[in-house]
Design a binder for this molecule. Structure first.
Ligand code: FA5
Ligand code: MG
Length: 416
């Protein structure tokens, strides 16, 4: 059965998780709802789709060293500084992350362990685990999800002729599954440049190897998927250059499944790998699982309903049979803001905290500034739905009232 997750207690001054104490400070913003998700280890439950995908990827990259049980509680140095993320970079915002305190947080990505992986001595490795972000609420975004990080590096002065590289790239051209259509118009250009300390002769093969590695993995995973469309687009990450993202067409829309790039040499240098050149990628396992298993809503991965987990078999990709979708209950909330600034993530977080998993979607439907008073009013639409039963209007009214009270208190808004 599922791991029940970490044991935790929260008092006025401290948070205790599995026997370790963290002093609270003005950065602390982690909620009990989120802490209850820590270390549930869905990615290690053999029958769970997240774990099935993890294992399929691990067996594709069969000669990589794997890490899948590193604690999600990390230092801000690991999550940001080690990855060359500037002290004032927006991704450090309190409203995007879960901080235990100023120096400790729930990791926001598995990249937090890149350096650790490099220091392990392995030149190819995979790291999987749960990651945490304050984010919007919809069918493909959830505050806890799972990522898999991959890092590979080669000798800089041998990469041009390295047997592994040329062999892999040659294989990449063979296309194991023609049904997957990969569109890639990206080229190395000033807006997405190679690094100053690199040369064309080393960057081209490492980029080609990265693209081969990802495309061949996607082709393997989606071998039974008819006419899958995949595209490469330019991206930016402080810890790679050039950088790209890969998207998959799902239900008519492009769904981003991973970010990747050539590892910044300063990062390699921190690990003493001055004479190496490497690439790295970070995959969203839920996103891949949604497409592969046909799972329509990211909340389903957390379902405790036996009708979910019992459908799956270790090692196999099979289409999810939806159990009946229960009708939604829709509620709007409108309010005047005390001033014009507004953090939507903080609002979503509060809604999720008060209402729990029953809130499926939160959408801004009106943003209005009064022409005379210059006061700003917002209206959000909340869609409530249970995965496993009918909800009644009465019970949702009670929840909605609690949400209204909490929003009024927390953000000093004037409810309309
Ligand atoms: C990162 O997290 C980078 N660390 C990836 C990376 C690694 C880049 C190594 C370069 C080198 P990003 O924030 O785009 O990037 O997230 C990576 C993937 O995680 C996304 O493509 C998506 O598949 C998944 N993801 C992101 N946010 C969510 C969410 N709220 N719910 C579910 N999946 C998500
Ligand atoms: Mg992204």
């Amino acid at each position: 059965s599922y791991s029940t997750g970490s044991e935790f207690t929260v008092t006025d001054n401290e948070i205790n998780i599995d026997g370790k104490t963290y002093k609270k400070d003005k950065w602390t913003n982690v909620s009990p709802t989120t802490l209850s998700r820590v270390n549930r280890k869905l990615h290690l439950h053999p029958q769970h789709p997240i774990s099935i995908i993890r294992q399929l990827i691990e067996s594709h990259f069969h000669d990589f060293k794997t890490f899948h049980d590193i604690s999600p509680i990390v230092t801000t140095k690991q999550n940001f500084d080690d990855l060359l993320i500037a002290k004032d970079h927006v991704t450090r915002n309190r409203s995007d992350n879960y901080y235990l305190n100023e120096t400790t947080m729930l990791r926001a990505h598995t990249s937090a362990h890149q350096l650790q992986g490099m220091l392990s001595g392995a030149n190819k490795f995979l790291i999987s685990g749960d990651v945490f972000r304050r984010d919007e609420i919809d069918a493909s975004h959830y505050p806890v999800f799972h990522q898999m990080e991959g890092v590979v590096y080669f000798d800089r002065d041998q990469i041009k002729t390295a047997e592994q590289v040329t062999k892999d790239i040659e294989m990449g051209r063979l296309k194991e599954a023609e049904n997957v259509k990969v569109v890639d118009d990206t080229i190395i250009k000033p807006e997405n440049p190679m690094q100053e300390s690199h040369t064309q002769e080393t960057v081209e093969p490492i980029a080609a190897h990265l693209k081969y590695s990802i495309n061949s993995m996607v082709r393997k995973l989606f071998a039974d998927e008819p006419d899958l469309e995949v595209r490469w687009i330019d991206a930016y990450f402080p810890f790679t250059s050039p950088s790209w993202e890969v998207e998959i067409k799902y239900k008519g829309e492009w769904l981003e499944v991973l970010g990747c790039g050539v590892v910044r040499q300063e990062l390699m240098d921190q690990a003493g790998l001055h004479d190496k050149i490497g690439h790295a990628f970070g995959l969203g396992l839920e996103r891949l699982a949604m497409v592969l298993f046909g799972i329509p809503d990211i909340r389903l991965f957390w379902s405790q309903d036996e009708r979910f987990i019992q459908q799956f078999t270790p090692g196999q990709i099979q289409k999810f049979q939806p159990f009946s979708k229960y009708p939604p209950c829709i509620k709007d909330i409108s309010f005047w803001l005390p001033n014009k600034s507004w953090e939507e993530n903080d609002f979503c977080e509060l809604v999720r905290d008060v209402a729990g998993d029953i809130v499926e979607n939160v959408e801004l439907i009106d943003d209005f500034t009064h022409p005379k008073t210059d006061k700003r009013s917002l209206c959000y639409r909340m869609l409530y739905r249970s995965m496993d039963r009918n909800v009644t209007n009465d019970e949702i009214n009670v929840i909605q009232e609690r949400v209204r009270e909490a929003v009024e208190k927390e953000f000093a808004v004037e409810l309309r």
